[in-house]
Design a protein around this ligand. Sequence first.
Ligand SMILES: [Zn+2]
Ligand SMILES: [Zn+2]
Length: 208
Amino acid sequence: MILERLVVGPLEENTYIIADEASGQAIVVDPGDEPDRIIDIIKHKNLQVHSVICTHTHFDHVGAAGDIKKATGAKILIHKNDLQVYETAKDQAAFWGYDIDDIPGPDGFIDEGHVIEAGNLKFKVLHTPGHSPGGICLYGEGILMSGDTIFRGSVGRTDFPGGSMEELKKSFRRLLDLPQDTKIYSGHGPETTVGMEKKTNFFVNEFL
Ligand SMILES: [Zn+2]
Ligand SMILES: [Zn+2]
């Protein structure tokens, strides 16, 4: 498995390129900004990107989705409960003092139980609301792409529109029930594991 992490944009968001090495079939998770850097890697490694998966649609995670779609023909997939958030991505960026290009509408919706494939790789979609109503994680191949639901040592904010502390608690518990050695790649900051978060996450006492 090829797994590339790029830290992009003013909010230092993690964009991931995940590919099956044998076939070159790939997905891009949360292309937030700096599309040229992302596209360079895709071209350099000769990958075929069929889907852009948004763990949620805050602007720092979708800002370059349109550029990746244009360059690769990939479909942009989001959870339907994040559609409204997606459609206001430009306004969110403006609120933070940034300007992003217009993003084309999503090409499809993903939901709990769907399986995303890239060649021989398979990832299950887990609906994990809380940080945003349509937050999802991808789980498979021993890894979890957790978006802004859980970070090393912390969790995502719940004070944006559609956020919910109660939902986030449920999602957090659910993720920490995954196998201990599952590697977590989150939307911001370094990687971790489920076992490590069970021991050290600041929110364990409050949420479990
Ligand atoms: Zn977010
Ligand atoms: Zn974020």
